[in-house]
Write a protein that binds this ligand. Structure first.
Ligand code: FES
Ligand code: MG
Length: 598
């Protein structure tokens, strides 16, 4: 019989308080008898072997992560071989493309549930099964709060999608196909077929959307095995990775390597730089800032600009580039990107990772295997590809992803020789996605190619959890005239699979009294990317009048809550800038250490 590593025996594992506590014999017996009733033996449970949780995010409701049900078998084999006992349990499922009104609503719910499971059950360490957009931050946030040894296992991206010999990327194809549909170039059936071609296998979005971004950043943070993020879900390497992850967590418990040892400020700054180099999603700041807050690491939206803005775009994946997940993996994945950044001194190589080695030791020598997909630092796709933080009388902060500003957009909006970094125009304001869908093609709005589209009422409070709706398409008549993108500004989020040049995550949102609530259709807004400013050109006296009228009316109106959770979360959620976390939850940190074994 394998025994647990000696250092784990020397340090009393928290599961012993359930399974082997002579001072509380009656409770111990109660805990033991029920965990034995499905086949675990008394000797096993009292052997001193660590109990390893497998936090299962896959289910029929969450197809992106469903392959974890298969992978968990290999995780168990790794855990068992290394001398641990596996206990698999469900995490509240979050399917980005399935949950109404928005999957953003559920990240904090899954977080809360997982905190209770990791804290309240006999678990010494856990494998976090990550993948679809919100599942990754929810798991890392919970691991940060409880702070027991934890390692993430990505489910991996789908295989590449293809249509008529061209790569079709999940999500990204929807934004293209809806233009073709709106312009009458394809019909409903053709539209569905084109979109479905982008999802050929199990796994998560094969584009550099929020899923590939967050799985890559998890690896850059050091919370998963090196090279693990990019392996496509169906590849045999993914199974092997599951097995190795199971083995690794047992070692982590033995030496008590916790999230707080790995997710340091240095690790977060590394992740911010990687986010720029991969052309990561605009949801990344919300999620990473949320994880940092639960970890108790200082991280602000300004860090994203200070450390990430000038890092070049190296990874040529849709939506900013051409390729998809299989290509990313074959080109070297995250280690190749890290190696390139390490070569420039942009990574703190001393950051510890899950396998006990530093990120430098893990990735320094990784090679780029295909320079069309992962470019050299000296030959980037774009020179400064990070996020720009904008401020002004519209909001305290909002972000813009510089890597998706297309030549077409630059030509139309940023080509005034006197002011090449700025543009201004009249706005058309939409209150929530339903309003936008109902009116975008209404000729009475008079939208032309100089119009800025505004989406408000879509933030963490207004559209509970914040909807991914800021990337609005132009009206059909403009698309037919060749205008594929108008500048969009909003307090909601945007899908990471969208290449829309939008100003997003505006904080505070309209529903929290932000400046967007005062804006009216026909006002002019000026954006200065050089100065990092976004302002409505409305004089202060007029703004004060509008503010007074808004307050007299009881504030910005948004739809009533439809479920208990919508109401509960609305009462305590913060703004996008600070991670949209449950503010009341942040003070609970490192539960496994500060509270002790209950
Ligand atoms: Fe699940 Fe994109 S919808 S990863
Ligand atoms: Mg998304």
């Amino acid at each position: 019989m394998t025994t647990a590593p000696s250092s784990a025996e020397a340090r009393k594992l928290r599961s012993r308080a359930w399974f082997d506590d002579p001072a509380n014999a009656d409770m111990t017996a109660l805990y033991l008898e029920r965990y034995m009733n499905f086949g675990l033996g008394l000797e096993e449970l009292q052997s001193g072997k660590p109990i390893i949780g497998i936090a299962q995010t896959g289910s029929d409701l969450s197809p992106c992560n469903r392959h974890h049900i298969v992978l968990a078998e290999r995780v168990r084999e790794g855990i068992r071989e290394a001398g641990g006992i596996a206990i698999e349990f469900p995490v509240h499922p979050i399917q980005e493309t399935g949950k109404r009104p928005t999957a953003g609503l559920d990240r904090n719910l899954a977080y809360l549930g997982l905190v209770e499971l990791l804290f309240g059950y006999p678990i010494d360490g856990t494998v976090l099964t990550i993948g679809c957009d919100k599942t990754t931050p929810a798991c890392l946030m919970a691991a940060a709060t409880v702070n027991i040894p934890a390692i993430a296992l990505s489910v991996g991206p789908m295989l590449n999608g293809w249509h008529k010999g061209e790569r079709t990327g999940s999500g990204t194809i929807v934004w293209k196909a809806r233009e073709l549909l709106a312009a009458g170039e394809i019909d409903y059936k053709g539209f569905i077929k084109l979109v479905a071609s982008s999802a050929p296998s199990t796994g998560f979005c094969n584009t550099m959307g929020t899923a590939t971004t967050m799985n890559s950043l998890t690896e850059a943070l050091g919370m998963s095995l090196p090279g693990s993020a990019a392996i496509p879900a169906p590849y045999r390497d993914r199974q092997e990775c599951a097995y190795l992850t199971g083995k690794q967590i047992v070692e982590m418990v033995a030496v008590d390597r916790k999230p707080s040892d790995v997710m340091t400020r240095a690790a977060f700054l590394n992740a911010i730089r990687v986010n720029s180099a991969i052309g990561g999603s605009t949801n990344a700041p919300i999620h990473l800032n949320a994880i940092a807050r639960h970890m108790g690491v200082e991280l602000t939206i300004d860090d994203w600009e200070a450390h990430g803005r000038d890092v070049p775009l190296l990874v040529n994946l849709q939506p900013a580039g051409e390729y998809l997940g299989e290509d990313y993996y074959r080109a070297g994945g995250v280690p190749a990107v890290l190696s390139e950044l390490i070569g420039q001194g942009l990574i703190d190589e001393s950051a510890l990772t899950a396998n006990g080695r530093t990120i430098g030791d893990n990735c320094r020598d990784a090679a780029i295997e295909d320079e069309r997909v992962i470019r050299r630092f000296a030959d980037p796709i774009l020179p400064a590809a990070g996020l720009s933080v904008l401020r002004g009388n519209l909001f305290t902060s909002a972000i813009m992803k510089l890597s998706v500003i297309t030549p077409e957009f630059r030509e139309r909006y940023l080509s005034d020789p006197a002011d090449p970094d700025a543009f201004e125009g009249p706005v058309v304001v939409f209150d929530g996605p339903e309003d936008y869908h109902a009116r975008i093609d209404d000729p009475a709005l008079g939208i032309d190619e100089r119009t800025l589209l505004i989406m408000r009422g879509a933030g963490p409070i207004g559209y509970p959890g914040a909807a991914e709706v800021v990337n609005m398409r132009p009206p059909v008549n403009l698309i037919k005239a060749g205008v594929h993108a108008l500048p969009c500004i909003g307090d909601g989020r945007q899908s990471g699979t969208s290449g829309s040049p939008s100003i997003l995550n505006a904080s505070p949102e309209a529903a929290a009294g932000g400046g967007l609530a005062l804006l009216r259709t026909g006002d002019r807004v000026r954006i200065d990317l050089g100065k990092g400013e976004a302002n409505m050109l409305v004089d202060d006296a007029e703004l004060a009048e509008r503010r007074a009228a808004l307050e007299a009316a009881g504030g910005y109106a948004y739809p009533a809550s439809q479920t208990p959770w919508q109401e509960i979360q609305r009462d305590t959620i913060g703004q996008a800038e600070t991670g949209a976390v449950l503010e009341g939850a942040v003070k609970y940190r490192k539960l496994a250490q500060t509270v002790g074994v209950p």
